[in-house]
Design a protein around this ligand. Sequence first.
Ligand code: FAD
Length: 179
Amino acid sequence: RAGEPPQQQDGGSPKQLPKGVVLGPDGKPCRSCTSVASWRAMIRDKSTQPKTISTTQPPATAITSLQPPADCPPDVDQLGRSTWTLLHSMTATYPEKPSFTQQSETRQFMTLFGKMYPCWSCADDFRAWMKEGNEPKVSNRDEFGRWMCEAHNAVNVKLGKESFDCNRWQERWRTGWKD
Ligand code: FAD
C-alpha cells in the first residue's frame, strides 16, 4: 500500500494504527485510502481506535465481511476498480485523431485527476510517477490507451500484482477478447 500510515495522535502519546490504515489530512482514518480488511482490523482493535471516528464507523455488516456493503463509502480497492474502469473507458472512446484542444483538455484532466483523486496517498504516488518522465501521452487513442495501461501497471507493480500485457489493452477495454 502506498504511504506509510502516520501515527495516530490522540492528545497523548502517539499510537500505531493497524497496518494499511492511512490517515487523511484531517488526521482521521481515510476510508478511500484504506482497504476494508485494514479498516476492519482498526475497528476490532479498540485500543487503537481513535475517539474522533465514532460517527464514521461502518455498520456491523461491514466488519463481518471483506466486501464493503454496496451502499457504503468505497474502500481503496472498490474506488480503484471503479476509477480504472472510468479511465480505461475514456481511453477506449478517445479519438484516433484528437484535435489540439482535445489533447490539451485530456492532459489537463489527468493533471487535475492526480490532484483530486480521493485516496491522497495514491494520488501523491500517481503525480510522482507522472513527473518521472511519464507525462500523459495523448496524441492518439492507442498511445493514450497504452499510457494508461502503463500507469495502471506502475500501481500493479507497487502493490505486488502481475503486470498487464499492454498490447491487449484494446481487447480488455474496447473491442472485447479475440477468441
Ligand atoms: P484493478 O487493479 O482495479 O484492475 C481492474 C481491472 O483492470 C482488472 O481486473 C484487469 O482486468 C484490468 N487491468 C489490470 N491491470 C491493467 C492494466 N495495466 N491496463 C489495463 N487494464 C488492466 N491501491 C492501493 O492499495 N495503493 C495505491 O497506492 C493505489 N494507487 C492507485 C492509484 C490510482 C490512480 C488508482 C486509479 C488506483 C489505485 N489503487 C491503489 C487501487 C488499485 O490500483 C486497485 O484498483 C485495487 O487494488 C483493486 O485491484 P483489483 O485487483 O481488483 O483490480
